[in-house]
Structure formats: structure tokens, C-alpha cells
Design a protein around this ligand. Structure first.
Ligand code: AMP
Ligand code: GLY
Length: 425
């Protein structure tokens, strides 16, 4: 099989690493990829939102399958584009069509979906510029902290959690009246604040059946003890100790099954990953958000725990035979610690040379933001490297990642020293 993987982060490096091990792979291309992905296939400079450019590449290179890493091409309809094209129609895309991707692309759509299928989630109401007054009244009836969410994709910045009513009212006004988030904020979801521990659960689905992947917990804040600004993710662990047995059964029965069935009943075709952002409120799981793709950095611990051939599973998705495919996992735990550029998530430098990558022997180093410049590998983003290790338990896996990080250097490198602090004793 000749595969084109779209994306350029740690998630895509981990996927490229896994796809490259498949017994049915003939050639792997990654667009645009990074300095790490080129070890597992050929990096191709394509723009992810230029579907015609992708089409030309796919046809010229006899691509048999397209795997989509990030949400944006899915929300913009890359899968629909393939289905609508005479020449591309038969080439499977792993990732939902536009309608299914709205589970991530529109918070209001996702909330309506959950309400329709009785899937546990925070109580909410949605407002637009026209209903701003009602929105302000609604806020008065809520308790602090106030949760405001821009409806559309806002590069991870669209969720505001505010302590004071005054602030919440002002923000609602700014989003709806002053277009603070542009089109993404034409609608705002106001919801009840849920208090608990968050985790991420992933499934693969062909639209009929599904396979549950190992769960993970990511660490979003820049600072230790989960303090400071939000980031794309500073590390992750899998498994999540509290998310086993009875809790996982509740997740399966109250959330995963109703979601997959709901999509089918609503005639929303869905082939790909569903990411359930969950919160454990006193032993009860609630959905905080859906994503139409894998998480990052969760992929960097989930995919290493997958034992089965990932292309065999993708083929099952493409041919609606996922239920016949076997899925197995490694018993070992996995942990990843993200090395980021100094200053991230605010301003930071790029183009800095990274040293010592070849000295790491006990971990997998997934590149998140790197480029190759001749023999040198340079930083090119806020999140730079995701250092993943296996271990008999999370403590051992984490210790290995921290040891490996000592061998890697770039100017201003920062990482959190407490990944997993709340789940390991
Ligand atoms: P989202 O983009 O929907 O994942 O929201 C970003 C983050 O905001 C989540 O990971 C949570 O930490 C937090 N959050 C979102 N909705 C709620 C809620 N209803 N209650 C508490 N925290 C929330
Ligand atoms: N780690 C959270 C995300 O990928 O959205």
C-alpha cells in the first residue's frame, strides 16, 4: 500500500513511525512532515488546505490511502473533496467527512448531538449577536466559574474560564459584538463548569463498529502543578490508572456506544478517529469536547502502545470490516515529556540547532517542531520534541524520558519536570 500522511507534528511522527512498521506498506509520504518523519518515509512540501495540489500528488504517485493527522483539512472537507472527485473517489481517506468533523468544528453542533443522544456533558445554552441580551441574563443565572466557548475552531484559544460575572459578561460581549474570535465566535456556548480530572479516550471507527485505543492523560499547562498558560500539551501518560474497569465501562456504555450509534442514526458517515475529551466527576464520565482526530501529545503514548498493524486497522475502516480486525496492545506503560522552546506558549525563537538526538537510546524521540537544515536539525515551533519511553509502570517510563532529555540540548529548552505527578504515587 502507498500511503500519504498529512501533518507535521509529534502526532504525525508517531504515526509515521507506526505506519512504517506495517507489513502491507510499500511507500510512505508525509506532507509536509518534519525532520523526524523523513526517517520513515519521504517528506513532501504540500499545503494541507490546497486540495487540488494534494490531488495532483496523489494521482501522480499512485497513493492508495490518505491518513489525515490534524483537524483543519477534515473540517474544511478534504474527505468530501475526494468523494466528489471521479479520480479520487476510490482512494480511502482516514478521517471523517465535513459533517462528522463538525463534532470538533462546531461546539454548538457537538452539544446538540450529545443532547440528542443523551450523552453526558455539561449543561449549556448557545447565543449569537442577536441573542446577546439573553446570553447576559443566562450568565447571571449561572454560578462561577463561567465557561464560554467560541463555537468554531479558534486554534485552541476559544475556551474561556472566568471567575467573575463581570468579566464573563464583558467577554461574551467582546466575542459576539466585537468579533474577538472572528467567524469562530459568531456563536458562543456557555456551559456549566465541571470539576474533576480530565482524560482522553480514543476510538477508531468505520461508521459501524469501533475499537477502543488505550486512554491517555495530557498535561496542558506550561507550568508545574498545572499552573500557567494553556499550551498544545506538555506531556502525556498512558494508561490512566483511575480510568480502568467500572469507569471505562461507563465511558463505553454511556459515551462511546451512543456516539457511534448516534452518528449512524443521524446519517453522519464517519471513518477515522474519534477523540473523547472527558472529565471524571466523582466517578462519572462527562464529555468536555469531541475532536475528529488523534490528540497531540496523546498520540505519542497511545500509538506506541498499539501492537497491531495500524494499516490493517485503517484498511478495516476503509472497507467497513473493522469488526473483523484484531487489535492488540502492549502491556507496558508509556509516558512522553515535551521539550519546548523558551518563551512558549508566548513568543519564542526558532531555527536553533538541536544537539544530542543521537545519544538517546532508551526513548523514542518524536519531533513536534523541527526542520532539517543540511546535517543540522533545528527548532521550528513552540513544541519541539516529544520524548516517549516505555516502562513496566508509569514511574519507570517517566524516569526514562527524563533521563533521555538530559542528553538533548537546544538553547532555551524548557520542559515540565512533573508530568504524571497526579497519577503516580
Ligand atoms: P476544550 O477546548 O473544549 O477542550 O476546552 C479546553 C479546556 O477547558 C478543557 O480541556 C478543560 O480543561 C476546560 N473546560 C472546558 N469545558 C469545561 C467545563 N465545562 N468545565 C470545566 N472545564 C472545562
Ligand atoms: N492534547 C489535546 C489535543 O490534541 O487537542
Amino acid at each position: 500500500m502507498r500511503v500519504l500522511l498529512l501533518g507535521s507534528g509529534g502526532r504525525e511522527h508517531a504515526m509515521a513511525w507506526k505506519i512504517s512498521q506495517s507489513s502491507i506498506l510499500d511507500a510512505l509520504f508525509i506532507a509536509p512532515g518534519n525532520a523526524g518523519t523523513r526517517n520513515f518515509g519521504k517528506n513532501i512540501a504540500l499545503s494541507l488546505n490546497d486540495f487540488n495540489e494534494i490531488k495532483e500528488f496523489v494521482l501522480q504517485n499512485q497513493i492508495d490511502m490518505v491518513v489525515v493527522g490534524p483537524e483543519e483539512p477534515l473540517v474544511n472537507g478534504i474527505h468530501d473533496f475526494f468523494l466528489a472527485d471521479e479520480l479520487l473517489r476510490k482512494i480511502p481517506v482516514i478521517g471523517p467527512q465535513k459533517e462528522g468533523a463538525k463534532l470538533e468544528g462546531s461546539k454548538d453542533y457537538a452539544k446538540e448531538f450529545m443532547a440528542r443522544h443523551s450523552i453526558p456533558t455539561a449543561k449549556y445554552a448557545s447565543f449569537t449577536k442577536e441573542t446577546l441580551e439573553q446570553g447576559l441574563v443566562y450568565l447571571e443565572k449561572m454560578k462561577a466559574p463561567y465557561v464560554l466557548k467560541a463555537d468554531g475552531l479558534a486554534a485552541g484559544k476559544g475556551v474561556l474560564i472566568l471567575e467573575s460575572l463581570e468579566e464573563a459578561k464583558l467577554e461574551l460581549y467582546t466575542i459576539l459584538s466585537d468579533n474577538k474570535f472572528g467567524d469562530a465566535g459568531k456563536k458562543v456556548v456557555i456551559e456549566q463548569f465541571l470539576s474533576g480530572v480530565e482524560l482522553s479516550v480514543f476510538v477508531l471507527t468505520d461508521g459501524d463498529s469501533f475499537k477502543i485505543l488505550p486512554e491517555a492523560k495530557d498535561y496542558k499547562r506550561i507550568g508545574e502543578n498545572d499552573l500557567g498558560l494553556n499550551t498544545g500539551g506538555m506531556g502525556a501518560v498512558s494508561p490512566v490508572p483511575f480510568a480502568q474497569g467500572a469507569f471505562l465501562d461507563k465511558v463505553t456504555n454511556q459515551i462511546i456506544i451512543p456516539t457511534v450509534k448516534g452518528l449512524k442514526n443521524d446519517n453522519i458517515p464517519y471513518k477515522g478517529f474519534i477523540f473523547f475529551g472527558l472529565i471524571n466527576v466523582k466517578g462519572e464520565p462527562y464529555v468536555i469536547e469531541y475532536n475528529c482526530r488523534m490528540g497531540d501529545p496523546e498520540t505519542e503514548v497511545v500509538i506506541p502502545r498499539l501492537k497491531s498493524d495500524i494499516l490493517d486497522l485503517f484498511e478495516g475502516i476503509a472497507t467497513n470490516t473493522l469488526s473483523e480486525r484484531d487489535i492488540q496492545f502492549f502491556e507496558q506503560s508509556a509516558a512522553t515529556v515535551m521539550m519546548v522552546s523558551g518563551g512558549y506558549p508566548e513568543t519564542y525563537k526558532t531555527g536553533l540547532p538541536i544537539y544530542g538526538l543521537n545519544n538517546v537510546t532508551d526513548s523514542l524521540v518524536f519531533h513536534a517542531g523541527t526542520t532539517a537544515d543540511g546535517p543540522s536539525i533545528n527548532t521550528s515551533g513552540g513544541r519541539v520534541l516529544s520524548v516517549t519511553s516505555y516502562g513496566k509502570n508509569l514511574e519507570i517510563a517517566l524516569a526514562k524520558s527524563y533521563e533521555s532529555i538530559q542528553k538533548i540540548e537546544f538553547d532555551g529548552a524548557y520542559y515540565r519536570k512533573d508530568i504524571g505527578f497526579d497519577v503516580v504515587k
